[in-house]
Design a protein. Structure first.
Length: 193
């Protein structure tokens, strides 16, 4: 738990805005021992996240995990207010940004949003870790995010799975991703629309 508190303090020091939002949204952090899993959250327990990282985890990696889970929490809240998918659309398969595997569209849009936030955290506040442990390197993550967006667009074109809010989040993520890739010095292809 000390590591989580140190990472939270790092967020407050490097980005007071992110730290304040984290404290507003996440009010419970549980340390649990679940083999094969590093942390998580669920839409059924807004405000709670769980972590399972060894004490040797660098604070910057833990800070990334906190922002990762904060992004999920904010996405859950946003979806509750304005659904991101049309009926049945959340289950259509697309390629996720972080795992780079076929997953339900709901997980893929989430992974895109998380990927963009991790890239922003690195670009403007923490820098790129020497050896990223929890998320891919920035260049791999940028490519994964562009691929996830292209995959979501392809699936959405076939069946209209995204609501207007889901499409808005997808397009804003792409706009932000294009800026981040330049700010990180990663001049990557854009996702053609």
């Amino acid at each position: 738990m000390r590591l989580a508190e140190e990472a939270r303090a790092l967020l407050h020091a490097r980005s007071p805005g992110w730290g304040m939002v984290f404290d507003l949204v996440v009010n419970r952090i549980y340390c649990v021992d679940l083999p094969g899993s590093r942390g998580g959250s669920t839409a059924h327990a807004i405000g709670s996240i769980w972590i399972n990282l060894p004490p040797s985890t660098p604070r910057t990696d833990m800070a990334e995990l906190l922002v990762h889970e904060l992004t999920h929490q904010l996405t859950f809240l946003d979806h509750h207010l304005q659904p991101h998918y049309l009926p049945g659309g959340a289950n259509a398969l697309a390629t996720s940004a972080i795992r780079r595997t076929p997953r339900p569209a709901a997980c893929v849009l989430d992974s895109l949003l998380v990927g963009v936030e991790i890239l922003a955290l690195r670009a403007y506040f923490l820098g790129e870790p020497d050896r990223p442990r929890l998320h891919p390197s920035a260049d791999t993550l940028v490519d994964g995010c562009f691929d996830a967006a292209a995959s979501l667009r392809a699936v959405a074109a076939d069946g209209g799975i995204l609501s207007a809010r889901g499409r808005y989040l997808l397009e804003r993520s792409l706009d932000t991703l294009s800026i981040l890739s330049m700010d990180l010095g990663l001049h990557r292809r854009a996702c053609s629309g």
